[in-house]
Design a binder for this molecule. Structure first.
Ligand code: NAI
Ligand code: MG
Length: 335
């Protein structure tokens, strides 16, 4: 059982060791293969995602990824390594659950999963510039193939988890050739799953209802960019970004990666919440290694700690436990 571990940048380096510790406790046979990627790696070598890292990731088939920093302006030779890695490994589904966790910032009754298409949409990164930099154009690509694949993932997840409804979220009214295609194909595939209810929202209305009545949502099936945005929004109802896990899933491969980024505002202080990455590791155990009982143990240890009020500073916005102290509690509990 091999695991490629990429800490990345910022708080990625602080929180990933906590998840590795947890995994070693519950699956001592794990062989950890460290690898590098990110902005710091790019600064050092001019390559944000070295070929060696992709090789190690593919060899392991399972990756634990922290976060990487990406500037919001063009840097020649740089593009987000996690977006590249998801594509290189064909992890076409990004599962981003938001479930109530016992912290004061979470909303009771919320239990939804954003199923985000992970390989296309504006994320193909096909951008051009003209007019001396004053005009930018990006290609949004949606295909039948990728939409069928992600829709099957959403409905199978609904069946496996005993869920009742898949909500297709799109902007087909403005983008009928791309989002309209996504919507149409998703409804076609939905016919294979008559036991699951299917409905839809335009993405702006979906955002409104996810804020107003989050418990109304079950599985949210959506293209890449909307999934990115809506999953951060939903994370607020789960108690915050420090608690929000995610799993990039392909046919025989998976990349566990929290929803949050490298958090430069708190990086280096040892106060980041490792819960999101620990719960992402648990998703890897559940969905990729197919060991639900072990994943349940990890989730239960996290819930028990939070129920006791063991919090890092992000939960209540006041002094909290350090990353390492919180991680030790979870690891000890699983030992
Ligand atoms: P962010 O998710 O890094 O941070 C947003 C806010 O949430 C910050 O106030 C941060 O302190 C807080 N936060 C996030 N994770 C936390 C944790 N585990 N514990 C406590 N507080 C936490 O998003 P931001 O600031 O927009 O982006 C920072 C950098 O991260 C950017 O360079 C961006 O490109 C990158 N990024 C990378 C991602 C990835 O590698 N998958 C995903 C999102 C952003
Ligand atoms: Mg994001």
């Amino acid at each position: 059982m091999k695991l490629c571990v990429i800490e990345g940048d910022g708080i990625g380096r602080e929180v990933v060791p906590a998840a590795v510790c947890v995994l070693r406790q519950v699956l001592p046979q794990i062989e950890v293969l460290p690898a590098e990627a990110g902005w710091d790696k790019f600064q050092e070598t001019g390559d944000a995602l070295p070929a060696e890292t992709i090789e190690i990731a593919n060899e392991a088939g399972a990756v634990l990824f922290g976060a990487c920093s990406s500037p919001s302006y063009p840097v020649p030779g740089y593009s987000s390594p996690i977006v590249k890695l998801r594509r290189a490994m064909e992890t076409y589904a990004n599962l981003r659950p938001t479930r109530f966790l016992p912290v004061p910032t979470a909303r009771e009754g919320v239990d939804l999963v954003v199923v985000r298409e992970n390989t296309e949409d504006l994320y193909i990164g096909d951008e051009t510039t003209a007019d001396a930099g004053d005009t930018g154009t990006a290609t949004k690509r949606i295909t039948r193939y990728a939409t069928e694949r992600i829709t099957h993932t959403a409905f199978r997840l609904a069946l496996n988890e005993g869920r009742r409804r898949v909500t297709i979220v799109h902007k087909g009214n403005v983008l009928p050739q791309t989002d309209g295609l996504f919507r149409r194909v998703a409804y076609e595939v939905a016919k294979d799953y008559p036991e699951i209810e299917t409905d839809e929202f335009l993405v702006d209305t979906a955002a409104y209802w996810m804020v107003k009545e989050p418990a109304r949502f079950d599985i949210v099936l959506t293209p890449n960019l909307y999934g990115d945005i809506l999953s951060d929004m939903a994370a607020a109802w789960g108690g915050g970004l420090g608690l929000a896990p995610a799993l990039n899933l392909g046919d025989d491969v998976a990349v566990a990666e929290p929803v949050h980024g490298s958090a430069p505002d708190i990086a280096g202080q040892g106060i980041a919440n490792p819960t999101a990455v620990i719960l992402s590791a648990s998703m890897l155990v559940r969905h990729h290694w197919k060991q639900p009982a072990i994943a349940d143990r990890i989730d239960a240890a996290v819930k028990a700690a939070l129920s006791r009020g063991d919090y890092t500073a992000d939960i209540l916005g006041v002094d909290g436990m350090s990353t390492d102290d919180f991680a030790d509690i979870i690891c000890d509990q699983l030992g």
